[in-house]
Design a protein around this ligand. Structure first.
Ligand code: ATP
Ligand code: MG
Length: 413
């Protein structure tokens, strides 16, 4: 059995959010550990102690992906007594490189422990130096042995690993995320998750049936991201009706118009999912459709904020991040996206008024409902590994469907 201490960032801990923050964090940790036998976690004095069987490296890997983890370490957990702590420190010291330097870093969380932290560091340091021949260096020690005296136990460790930081997925609320399955939109979703948001994926597909999209990389990427956020909901909307309704409206306004349509669809869906914002993978001026003017034409009249976590990223930075996250290889898989049938030479300065007028003339609000009535809802549960697919319209007609509990963040396994 291996034990770890997991620390979360303190910033978000103030006030009433704390219990929800911690419980969401712990749930996400449990999900990350689910494949390890005998995994358990307990909350202890502002940190999480994890016990788990299995390959230490694999456990570290799994834990270091969970958003909200500021750092973690493999620890020895001992009784809260000087002798037990001293013995654990001696074992830890025996693993350090010979002939080097070290320092003790002690914290007394339990103020009832009879030895103060300075005194503890001094006594333990002296013992380690005598036993191992390592020299104490307080400036730039080769190693540091940490001792945290908690209430009822103590933890000893020497190797801290940084986590991804951020906030536990789920505490930041939901966003309807325009998801193309390209390189950018999965990275944008990941960044939003890093800040605690739970994306509801909205994807427009070109294929004659949703099965193609379900069997494609779209599902693969959503599954990968669901490892971080739990149960993932995807709404697959067919592009066909939009294509028919706007035939003849082609031209250099087309991309702006379609993007306005996607935004309006997201807006329409948002209340049902309890989402407070829309998000996209846009990066400023990366493509003609993403110039400042075109973003203005796209956002104009939106009732919700449109979040663009990649706005200031260069393509190479996005690609590097996609590789790190693991979405890149999926993103570059062959897939026939709607954008492939949309003009490659859009206006770089779409007029906001022209886009709004076209949207009104083409009856976009009704068209949104029409397209959504043919949409498919896909819910993937990473814990059970199951995917449930159902026609979206059934749910959309039921006004209380969103409040029925199925999509509340608290229902995330
Ligand atoms: P990505 O790599 O995310 O596809 P991109 O550089 O290819 O981005 P565009 O194709 O112009 O850029 O798309 C910009 C954004 O519009 C995407 O990041 C995504 O948020 C949204 N989007 C594009 N196509 C779709 C689609 N078929 N379904 C849903 N959203 C889409
Ligand atoms: Mg794209």
């Amino acid at each position: 059995l291996t034990e770890f201490v997991v620390h979360y960032s303190e910033v978000a801990l103030k006030g009433k959010n704390r219990p929800e923050f911690v419980s969401t964090f712990r749930r996400n940790l449990r999900r990350a550990l689910r494949s390890f036998p005998g995994a358990s976690e307990v909350y202890r004095d502002g940190r999480i102690l994890v016990r788990v069987e299995g390959d230490e490296h694999a456990v570290r890997q799994a834990l270091s992906k969970v958003f909200g983890v500021s750092w973690l370490a493999r620890v020895s957990v001992t009784e809260e007594s000087y002798d037990s702590i001293s013995a654990a420190v001696a074992r830890e010291a025996a693993t350090l490189p010979r002939g080097g330097t070290f320092m003790m870093s002690t914290r007394r969380i339990d103020k009832n422990f009879p030895v103060g932290s300075m005194e503890l560091a001094r006594r333990l340091g002296k013992e380690v130096a005598e036993e191992t021949g390592l020299k104490v260096s307080l400036g730039t020690p080769g190693s540091t042995i940490f001792v945290d005296v908690l209430k009822g136990s103590a933890v000893v460790y020497s190797d801290k690993l940084r986590g991804p930081g951020g906030l536990p997925v789920g505490v930041g609320g939901r966003v309807v995320h325009l998801f193309s399955g390209g390189i950018d939109s999965p990275v944008a979703a990941w960044l939003l998750m890093k800040r605690g948001c739970m994306p509801v994926y909205l994807h427009f597909y070109l294929a004659p049936s949703p099965e193609y999209a379900v069997r494609s990389k779209i599902t693969g990427i959503v599954r990968l991201l669901a490892e971080l956020g739990g149960r993932a909901t995807t709404v697959l909307v067919p592009f066909a009706d939009y294509q028919v309704a706007t035939a003849g409206e082609v031209g250099d306004l087309e991309p702006s118009l379609f993007r306005r349509f996607m935004r309006m669809t997201a807006e329409h869906l948002a209340p049902g999912f309890g989402a407070a914002a829309i998000s996209t993978g846009d990066s400023l001026s990366q493509a003609a459709s993403q110039t400042l003017w075109n973003l203005r034409a796209l956002d104009s009249g939106s009732s919700l904020p449109i979040l663009r976590p990649l706005l200031s990223y260069d393509k190479q930075e996005i690609v590097d991040l996609a590789k790190r996250i693991g979405t890149y290889e999926l993103s570059i898989q062959e897939y026939r996206d709607c954008c492939s049938v949309i003009t490659r030479h859009p206006k770089t300065r779409a007029k906001e008024r022209e886009v709004s007028e076209s949207a009104a003339r083409l009856g976009f609000p009704a068209l949104v409902q029409e397209c959504l009535s043919k949409a498919t809802l896909v819910v993937y549960n990473p814990v059970t590994g199951t995917t449930k697919t159902s026609p979206f319209s059934l749910l959309a007609e039921e006004p209380r469907w969103a409040a029925s509990g199925g999509f509340r963040p608290s229902a995330v396994p």
